[in-house]
Design a protein around this ligand. Structure first.
Ligand code: ADP
Ligand code: ZN
Length: 721
């Protein structure tokens, strides 16, 4: 069984041209009947690591998955690609279950999804049943659930330890998106894997932009954000059920398409709300963390945390639900230290000091993340023991400039307060003391000290920021533990003596969020066609009753809207179009694309598509090779009578970009100058250019001619000269 065969399956059964990350190695290992542990970020493509071997090996693959809701989607997705798969869980009726058993016995089934508790039901009965079958492999999804060191321990996973006892020769592949070293080791040991291979992929999610805002007026900030992201799909997490309810209500009143989700709702409502979200009938879900584990929706464009997650693992996992389709997405967190304090009470695990300590430490690390002044991506990657560049260019901090000022005197005040208070007090106390608080909390003898009240002119918030900055710069230290205390450091002395100057951060100047490579690569597609294709998808989804994104992901529809395939063969060149899906749904989408091309006098651009390659380089190279193409698209639309602003709108590009495209064709005569510039303006512009002789600079001409003349018009006339 060769990897060449695996590639064929990847192409025909799943519609992709090449493997991602460690998929190939993992598949090879399983095919050799060896155990392995696969760590890949959410959306990385873990499923194929066992699905492809399952298709290549004799017998039935058993997939253990903790989430009943996820099972159905995974099985739906497999079936839509023509794979024989089924699941067994408690939501099924007896007759549904019998049907599955019949399928197993017919030996046609290739994959069976089961919950861990189902596997171990009624003693070893089910295990004994499986022993009589020909089992190809066991795949254990969300394998971190087996470890009590992790953040998501599930006791029922402990039973999986027995697997290797009963099925010693059958390969086990354990998969997870979050596991530090300790958890990894736990997975291997608890599952009793035999010298397992470990496949670690980068945890970087390059298409997610990480951003944190102070938790102040967060509702207004949220509205501001959402108004800029209309019609996008997103998840907003809140800590409590009541805040979920309230926020959902408020957003609804403010005109957003939104539904709540939390464990307090009855099952029917939860299922309905989730379904509507999956089908894109509702854009936003406001939820507690009860929502999402089973959500495999690929076009989630943003994940907002109104409250702080309990640990970095949860934050990473929850934000990871954005952008599974690889398109640009945002993770936004509203942060305050108050949340850290609030969560402390939840962090203690009854009667388990050890575990409580772990949870508390994890919580504090989450706080550090919220407070970070350096690259957030680097922090996350380092947290998962991965190296990273200092600057990612795609998080708020990398896009922020901090203005600094000479804060030496402020630093001296803070450090000497810490010193006078004998390095025995926490930040809050020190600030109250500096500000000369009359509160009884401040000891009487402290009120006698010289430094008491020397910082009264600075607000509490600012003092917090300065002290954090001093800690970050190493002039102060904060002890660990439940009640951290401020202490001096080796660097403090020089400041106190006045021999060292200290710069403090004044303000944050945020730059406009830069578009990342990922979105640039997908910029040149016909947005109106994409919208129609989404409609086609929605109708099919309703007809066959599966989630829309299982039919085709947004990324696949965007490719269609870029390359305009006009036959089934061309369609199969689009990433994500398997043979089965082309057969099943191809015609419906082709019809829409054909109509669009006819009305707009467009031809297929499939020859511009390089062989499917799954990497960022695709987006990078595509733009260059498409440069002349993007000009032509604008030209064609212009020729058929669209105005510059209409073209810009439809293509999601700036009007100046479209002008550039069209001006390009003035030289060849395909666009007439008169089509771009009103006739009466042409001569005055020409005269000005002759007079000023500005070379290629348009600004002097514009200055000379005034507001009645646009840069575009001037550039067009220049091109004609
Ligand atoms: P995970 O389980 O790691 O979160 P999935 O297995 O659900 O990720 O895969 C995420 C998405 O990526 C799916 O839509 C899947 O079809 C797609 N995918 C997986 N492998 C590839 C590949 N080699 N090329 C292109 N797309 C892929
Ligand atoms: Zn960064």
């Amino acid at each position: 069984m060769s990897i060449a065969r695996a590639k064929e399956i990847l192409k025909h059964q799943f519609g992709y041209d090449s493997f991602r990350m460690n998929q190939e190695q993992a598949i090879e290992t399983v095919l050799q009947k060896k155990d392995c542990v696969v760590l890949m970020p959410t959306g990385g493509g873990k499923s194929l690591c066992f699905q492809i071997p399952a298709l290549m090996m004799d017998g039935l693959a058993i997939v253990i998955s903790p989430l009943i809701s996820l099972m159905k989607d995974q099985v739906d997705a497999l079936v839509s690609n023509g794979v024989q798969a089924a699941f067994l869980n408690s939501t099924q009726s007896t007759s549904q279950q019998s049907k599955v058993f019949r399928a197993i016995e017919s030996q046609k089934l290739k994959l069976l999804y089961v919950a861990p508790e189902r596997l171990m039901q009624s003693g070893d009965q089910f295990i004994d049943y499986l022993k009589k079958l020909n089992i190809s492999l066991f795949a254990i999804d969300e394998a971190h659930c087996i470890s009590s060191w992790g953040h998501d321990f599930r006791p029922e996973y402990m039973q999986l330890a027995k697997l290797k006892v009963h099925f010693s020769g059958i390969p086990v592949i354990a998969l997870t998106a979050t596991a530090d070293k300790l958890v990894r080791k736990d997975i291997m040991e608890k599952l009793a894997l035999k010298s397992p291979a470990l496949f670690l992929s980068s945890f970087n999610r390059p298409n997610i932009f990480y951003s944190v805002e102070p938790k102040r007026k967060s509702y207004e900030q949220l509205l501001n954000y959402l108004s800029k992201h209309k019609n996008e799909s997103g998840i907003i997490y809140c800590l409590s059920r009541s805040s979920v309810e309230n926020l959902a209500k408020d957003l609804k009143q403010d005109g957003f398409s939104v539904l709540p989700y939390h464990a307090g709702l009855d099952r029917e409502t939860k299922e309905k709300n989730q379904e509507l979200f999956l089908k894109d009938d509702v854009k936003i879900i406001v939820a507690t963390i009860a929502f999402g584990m089973g959500i495999d929706k690929s076009n989630v464009r943003f994940v907002v945390h109104m409250d702080l997650p309990k640990n970095v693992e949860s934050y990473y996992q929850e934000t990871g639900r954005a952008g599974r389709d690889g398109l640009q997405s945002t993770a936004l967190l509203f942060f305050s230290w108050g949340d850290v304090v609030k969560l402390k009470s939840f962090a203690s695990v009854d009667g388990n000091q050890e575990q409580s300590k772990i949870m508390l430490k994890k919580l504090n690390q989450m706080g550090e993340f919220g407070d970070l002044k350096t690259c957030r991506r680097k922090f996350l990657l380092n947290y998962f023991s991965e190296e990273a560049k200092d600057i990612c260019g795609s998080c708020d901090n990398c896009n922020t400039q901090y203005e600094r000022f000479d804060g030496t005197i402020l630093a001296q005040k803070a450090l000497s307060a810490v010193k006078r208070l004998e390095q025995r007090w926490g930040t809050n106390y020190v600030i109250e003391f500096l500000r000369g608080s009359k509160s009884e909390k401040i000891k009487a003898e402290h009120k006698e000290l010289k430094t008491y009240g020397v910082g009264a002119d600075i607000s509490k918030d600012n003092w917090f920021d300065y002290i954090k900055d001093l800690i970050a710069q190493g002039y102060l230290k904060q002890t660990d533990g439940e009640y951290p205390i401020l202490t001096l450091t080796a660097k403090s002395d020089a400041v106190l003596k006045g021999t060292e100057k200290v710069d403090l951060i004044k303000t944050k100047i945020k730059e406009e969020k830069k578009e990342s490579l990922v979105s640039e690569g997908t910029r040149d597609y016909f947005r109106d066609l994409f919208a129609s294709l989404k409609q086609v998808r929605k109708h099919i989804a309703e007809r066959v009753n599966i989630a829309a994104f299982i039919i085709f992901s947004d990324a696949t529809l965007i490719e269609m809207s870029t390359y305009l395939p006009l036959s089934l063969d061309e369609m199969k060149k689009i990433s994500g179009v398997s043979d089965a899906k082309a057969q099943r749904y191809g015609e419906a989408f082709l019809k829409e694309i054909k109509t669009y091309c006819q009305t707009n006098k467009l031809e297929s651009r499939i020859q511009l598509k390089e062989p499917k390659r799954e990497s960022k380089s695709k987006s990078r190279t595509r733009r260059n090779s498409n440069e002349s193409d993007t000009y032509n698209i604008s030209l064609n639309m212009f020729k058929k009578g669209d105005s510059i602003s209409t073209i810009a709108e439809a293509r999601g590009l700036a009007t100046t970009t479209i002008e550039t495209h069209l001006i390009h064709f003035i030289k060849s005569g395909e666009v007439k100058l008169e089509q771009l510039v009103p006739v009466h303006k042409i001569e005055p512009i020409r005269a000005a250019i002759r007079k000023l002789n500005p070379g290629i600079a348009t600004a002097p001409v514009k200055q000379f001619l005034g507001d009645d003349y646009s840069y575009g018009e001037i550039r067009a006339v220049m091109a004609s000269m």
